[in-house]
Design a binder for this molecule. Structure first.
Ligand SMILES: [Zn+2]
Length: 167
């Protein structure tokens, strides 16, 4: 996939971030035949955003946790949603589910929109693999049930209540 940087992104791009973007793209074979435009997000409170129609993602290089694989992948997953390729169901929760399910590489940051995540950001790493498994299962559940997000939300709740039973 060809990558085009916006002028402001060009000014702040590092070899580390470029490698992260390229590595993340390897997990998105669906996007191989397109040119990805990468811009800079100007609001310090958001991790990034995406314009799926025009194959643009914008990243916040000043985010406190750095630009994680998860964040890059979340924005790339938006390109797979409408009005982009339309192969992933539309919505932010959906985007988190499909991002996490796609690769274990994307467990390096806690998703923002996944329902029921009751752990702290610094504890996420201990739960990431289990939650990712649930996302993979939820996508299977979706094949037979429209309510896969409710299913996932319940599974995550049950997972955390098993680990931290109410005293
Ligand atoms: Zn998003």
């Amino acid at each position: 996939m060809k990558i085009e940087l916006s002028p402001p992104m060009k000014r702040v791009m590092t070899s580390d971030l470029m490698q992260r973007i390229e590595r993340t793209l390897e997990e998105f074979p669906e996007l191989r035949s397109y040119t990805l435009k990468v811009g800079l997000v100007m609001h310090s409170d958001v991790h990034g955003n995406a314009d799926s129609r025009n194959k643009v993602i914008r990243l916040n290089t000043r985010a406190k946790s750095g630009t994680t694989y998860f964040t890059i992948a979340h924005e790339l997953t938006h390109l797979l949603q409408r009005p982009g390729l339309g192969i992933v169901p539309y919505g932010e929760i959906q985007c988190d589910i499909y991002t996490l399910a796609r690769s274990s590489l994307f467990t390096d940051d806690m998703p923002t929109y996944l329902p029921g995540l009751s752990c702290k950001k610094r504890e996420w790493i201990h739960h990431a693999t289990a939650i990712r498994e649930m996302c993979i299962e939820a996508i299977e559940v979706r094949k037979v049930r429209r309510t896969y997000i409710a299913w996932l939300s319940r599974a995550i709740d049950e997972y955390f209540s098993r680990r931290h039973p109410p005293s």
